[in-house]
Design a binder for this molecule. Structure first.
Ligand SMILES: [Zn+2]
Length: 104
């Protein structure tokens, strides 16, 4: 028996992480959210939400305008990414077994 197995009334259920990769806990159901990159439907607690501030003008022009005392508005972009897209874009990293190990 490995360390990451759960004993539940006679039968063994293996799991990779203590939270099973989700944050819902004992809650039964959650709404599904669509990934903004690949379009996959993912449970809401499993989604990676990324917020970025994006300037509407290029960096060089923005620097010049700021020196002259101009106020530049920035757009805030929020993205919902599934786990595989988050790993692809380097937001999440694959961890070793010891790092995600269940410690009693
Ligand atoms: Zn995706």
């Amino acid at each position: 028996m490995t360390a990451n197995t759960q004993y539940c009334e006679g039968w063994v259920m293996p799991f990779k992480r203590k939270s099973r990769g989700r944050a819902k806990g004992a809650k039964g159901k959650e709404p599904m959210v669509q990934c903004d990159n690949c379009g996959a439907y993912v449970p809401r607690s499993k989604i990676q939400r990324i917020t970025k501030r994006v300037s509407l003008v290029s960096k060089d022009l923005a620097k010049e305008l700021k020196q002259q005392g101009a106020y530049l508005a920035e757009n805030v972009i929020t993205k919902n990414l599934c786990i595989s897209c988050a790993i692809h874009y380097g937001i999440l990293k694959v961890r070793a077994r010891e790092e995600r190990k269940v410690t009693p």
